[in-house]
Write a protein that binds this ligand. Structure first.
Ligand SMILES: [Fe+2]
Length: 446
């Protein structure tokens, strides 16, 4: 669907509803030796298979009916995205909600890796205004960040609220402080139990969904079933990836909107400021950045909020805002216990990371001589894998950033390992900026 505008001028490009005619045309034109391949493609992706039917009352001795294809054209886009994250990043297909499960408007693929859950969604029908507008404006991106109510235990204690009333009170407090409620409390249930939800607006078009699971014991959420897609055989040949949980999610803001966004989290969700840097600390010769990290009471959720600061040329934060069409999620950091091993395996799976120059490691070795901290990992291996290091006297973090996960220079991922260090790589922002600026220059946006 995101490719549609690009291909509208191409008369050979077929929209999903035209694909059946396209396949029929191929059937009549390909040589005989390719017929089996076309039939496989037709059965799997386009029209489905012809099967014998034992429908009662059918008089003719052999009755054939079509079974739906495994991946019909309406789903190709999601299928490709889910396939990318499973083959490249090591996620597993975990749950599914779509036409086959009774979801008539939106199709969802849930992919999972340990505690990390991404839900990839596409509109099933033409004219879905909400999802269509989001896609045209922002391209592929993060539309919603969901918080389990368990993560808001501290608010519950703070307000001396009993557990059953938590959902109403969290929403009520957000509303009282002027948060825009996108969707009032609603409930969904299936054989696994009942789940309550509510959704509020945060920066840009991004939303937060509160999820109160209670005693729900289904697979994921009501209406979701085990994925219908067979295990991709190629995955059995690839090294297993072990990324454990979401460490932080960064939101980029237009210039001078960071402060009000951080204040939104303080006011509406009772988050506090955990960490910050300003443009005097983080800048290159071209661009600079200001950042405030907000966190919940228990500090299990970390949300860095960035804004560009005026520089000699266009800041990479400004480039994001221009291409995303406003504020939005810039990157999701995934925590691991062994970054070297995981990055090596991700590279084997074809993930591309940003490259920092070797001079970064020359300077790092020099600076570490005067620090009390000792990096356990082999510096030569860190340099070979282009993994960045930030530290203080008590601990350190190792981190690396993927290239953008889609065509627009917007969302990317980070892999991070922490050793007694809760900062966000301020010492690396300059190196990160310089690495991004190399790519930015290649895109003609610096
Ligand atoms: Fe990060």
């Amino acid at each position: 669907m995101t490719l549609k505008p690009q291909y509208e001028a191409d008369e050979d490009f077929l929209l999903p509803q035209e694909v059946i005619e396209g396949i029929q045309c191929l059937h009549s034109t390909v040589p005989d030796e390719a017929a089996a391949l076309i039939e496989y493609f037709n059965a799997t992706f386009v029209s489905g298979q012809l099967r014998h039917s034992d429908e009662p009352g059918v008089i003719i001795p052999v009755h054939l009916c079509r079974t739906p294809p495994v991946f019909p054209p309406e789903k190709w886009n999601m299928f490709l995205a889910a396939s990318y994250y499973t083959t490249r990043m090591g996620f597993e297909r975990y749950a599914y909600k779509g036409l086959e499960t009774g979801s008539r408007d939106v199709c969802y693929h849930v992919i999972k890796q340990n505690k990390i859950l991404f839900v990839l969604a596409s509109a099933l029908n033409p004219g879905n205004e909400e999802m269509g507008r989001h896609l045209v404006t922002h391209g592929d991106g993060v539309k919603d960040i969901a918080f389990s109510v368990e993560d808001l235990d501290a608010i519950m204690k703070l307000c001396e609220i009993n557990c059953l009333a938590l959902m109403s009170v969290v929403l009520q407090r957000a509303k009282e402080r002027g948060a825009k409620v996108v969707k009032e409390i609603w409930e969904e249930e299936d054989e696994g139990g009942r789940v309550r939800f509510a959704r509020v607006q945060t920066y840009g078009d991004t939303t937060h969904t509160f999820v109160e699971r209670g005693n729900y014991n289904g697979l994921f959420l009501p209406g979701f079933k085990k994925t219908l897609i067979a295990v991709d055989k190629i995955l059995t040949k690839l090294p297993t990836i072990k990324l454990d949980f979401i460490d932080h999610i960064v939101g980029n803001q237009p210039n001078l909107e960071m402060e009000s966004t951080a204040a939104w989290y303080e006011k509406h969700l009772m988050f506090h400021r955990f960490w910050s840097v300003d443009d005097t600390q983080v800048h290159t010769q071209y661009s600079s950045l200001r950042s405030i990290v907000v966190s919940n009471w228990e500090e299990t959720i970390k949300m860095p909020i960035n804004e560009p600061a005026p520089g000699k040329k266009k800041s990479q934060i400004q480039e994001y805002v221009d291409y995303y069409g406003g504020a939005g999620v810039q990157h999701i950091a995934l925590n691991t216990q062994d970054i070297i091993q995981e990055v090596q395996k991700l590279r084997e799976r074809g993930v591309e990371f940003l490259v920092v120059p070797d001079t970064y490691y020359d300077q790092l070795r020099e600076k570490l001589k005067s620090s009390k901290v000792r990096i356990a990992e082999d510096m030569d291996v860190l340099q070979k894998e282009k993994i960045l290091v930030d530290y203080d006297d008590n601990g350190y973090l190792l981190q690396i950033f993927t290239k953008n996960m889609q065509d627009r220079p917007t969302v990317f991922l980070e892999v991070i390992q922490r050793r007694n260090f809760s900062g966000f790589g301020a010492g690396n922002f300059k190196a990160l900026f310089e690495a991004i600026e190399l790519d930015q220059a290649a895109r003609g946006n610096l």
